[in-house]
Design a binder for this molecule. Structure first.
Ligand SMILES: O=c1ccn([C@H]2C[C@H](O)[C@@H](CO)O2)c(=O)[nH]1
Ligand SMILES: [Zn+2]
Length: 295
């Protein structure tokens, strides 16, 4: 089992410990559960889906990298496919507060990067902050998304975000998680191609400044993140953050060998300076640019 789960594991009910131990023992456990694993866990514990997701939150929260607050938030995004995706908050000392990733954003982005096309429920161990409620209102599930929290009945995002502001107010019809393909031409090595492919699938209906980041970890694996804009602009998630979410969920930490940012240098918004600054804080100064050209 990855060391980050050891303490949280001991706090789980014993039948859940028994059921999840083989899942956590797999070397390639990347903080998500297949529909079959979810069904097996439910069968072995007798818990319904909401209760099981709540019971698993300590494991998701154990993925938090909260060097600043030491406040570990865990979330689980449950996809229409039946797969479950863990998420946890990530903080970046030495940069700015704006670089922070919330647990809900982490779980949702984790699901999106695995091509989950719709979410049904987000389970989280604390009540979602205003920023997360706004972030969730960008999803194609709209305010019908179920939110499940400890010690209260599950209810919809509509209840957490009354009189909401969203993409429709800006006449935007694209929604986060609905598959898109902006059709950028593949070019360069595998890392550059991963960054370009991520940009092709980014959600940037407000600026049209599509972007993607691909990271090569010290172990040689590639993690690609897509930019996710938000109608309220500030809750947007930069592409580097999306890639770091995948890398963290895979249990790799933050040791990055090389990075590629794919964007249009003349776009209305550019990620380059922010990406370079945050990467440098993480000890990586090897950032390359890949230009986006239409196929
Ligand atoms: O809805 C919330 C509220 C806060 N946090 C994180 C952000 C930051 O890392 C820490 C303190 O706010 O908790 C979340 O992940 N989700
Ligand atoms: Zn939040």
């Amino acid at each position: 089992m990855h060391p980050r789960f050891q303490q949280a594991f001991t706090t789980l009910p014993s039948d859940l410990q028994q059921a999840i131990a083989p899942v956590l023992a797999a070397d390639d456990f990347a903080a998500r559960l297949t529909p079959q694993q979810v069904a097996d866990l439910q069968q072995q514990t007798g818990l319904d889906a909401d209760a099981l997701a709540l019971a698993l939150l300590p494991l998701a929260a154990a993925c938090a990298l909260a060097t600043l607050s030491h406040f570990n938030v865990g979330a689980i995004a449950r996809g229409a496919s039946g797969s479950w995706y863990f998420g946890a908050n990530m903080e970046f000392a030495g940069t700015t507060m704006q670089q922070t990733i919330h647990a809900e954003q982490s779980a949702i982005t984790h699901a999106w990067l695995h091509d989950e096309a719709k979410l049904e429920t987000v389970t989280v161990n604390y009540t979602p902050c205003g920023h997360c409620r706004q972030f969730m209102n960008e999803l194609n599930s709209g305010t019908a998304l179920r939110i499940s929290l400890p010690n209260r009945p599950a209810t919809t995002l509509a209840n957490y975000l009354p009189d909401s502001f969203g993409p429709g107010d800006l006449d935007i019809h694209e929604r986060l998680l609905t598959p898109v393909d902006h059709g950028y031409q593949p070019a360069g090595d595998a890392l550059a191609q991963a960054a370009i492919a991520a940009a092709s699938r980014s959600h940037a209906p407000y600026s049209k400044a599509h972007s993607g980041v691909a990271l090569e970890s010290v172990s040689g694996k590639i993690y690609a993140g897509r930019y996710a804009e938000n109608a309220a602009f500030n809750p947007s998630l930069p592409p580097l953050q999306a890639a770091l979410i995948l890398m963290n969920m895979a249990g790799e930490g933050q040791a990055i060998k090389r990075a590629v940012l794919a964007e249009h240098p003349q776009a209305l918004l550019v990620q380059h300076d922010a990406t370079r600054a945050t990467l440098a804080m993480l000890g990586c100064s090897d950032l390359h640019l890949a230009a986006l050209t239409k196929a």
